[in-house]
Design a protein around this ligand. Sequence first.
Ligand code: PBG
Length: 326
Amino acid sequence: MSAQFPVARPRRLRRTPALRRMVAETRLNPAELVLPMFVKEGITEPQPVTSMPGVYQHTRDSLRKAAHEAAEAGVGGIILFGIPAVKDGHGSAADDPAGIVQLALRDLDSDLGDSTVIMTDLCLDEYTDHGHCGVLTAAGEIDNDATLERYASIAVAQAAAGSAVVGPSGMMDGQVGAIREALDGAGYQDIAIMAYSAKYSSAYYGPFREAAECAPRFGDRSTHQQDPANADEALREIFLDLDEGADMVMVKPAGPYLDIIRRTRDAVDVPVVAYQVSGEYAMIEAAAEKGWIDRERTIRESLLSISRAGADITLTYWATEVARRL
Ligand code: PBG
């Protein structure tokens, strides 16, 4: 009896780095990476975020510098989050033309020109004294429809200050439609909406709440953000947002929700965006700091996996670093 040798040998194409490079199915490109950035009013030095090593709450000046570096590295875009000096029940600073994000947008607009896309997160939680994503009723519950009016006004303020893409992240029903109508009514038909459509009520947002100083004072976000147990519901949210005029749809977080990214990619014909959130970042940084994993390889693998699952664009706090390496 002769020995049995395999005819099919997948290892042939894995033999050398050049072969592996040629047959790779997924490739990361700096243009698909978007850097989330925090800008804080009333500080004179950038403040490090303890739970996110390497991430800062920026001053207007340090934001300009970091945004310039990101653009130079070739990132596809940046997305701004603002932390106002004064918060109140309605989040008044969010749509104030002199609010921190609007000022930062004007700085960046003149600095960056068309080298990268300047986007804005659109929510109230960084701006309200109670830390919720909307305005509250007398009973202390989120008032969905009153919140839509606030979002509409914030969208117009951000567009007026130079945001090319607004990203509503509050998970209020009807938010995309309300924002689209407001933008169109104010002459901003060309400003795009990146809808945080399938945003889960996630423990992975922990470090962000330090970075953006937006932890809710009471309660949580589970009456508006999605239950991690659900997947079909994500598709329902995505189709509602597309009907209301979303130009791109987002799944968030990314790594723990690769199934949702894949189902979304298979179901829609607009760009699919994934947000690798603060907790995903913090876990890898913390394990790497302890020497338990190889930092660069893990970062690369995490982003490759998100892309392989079907994301066209990924928001990641490593955007500049990774773009430089590519
Ligand atoms: C809400 C918002 C959050 C994040 C982005 N936009 C926080 C939340 O919903 O509590 C989280 C991002 C991250 O964890 O990196 N404005």
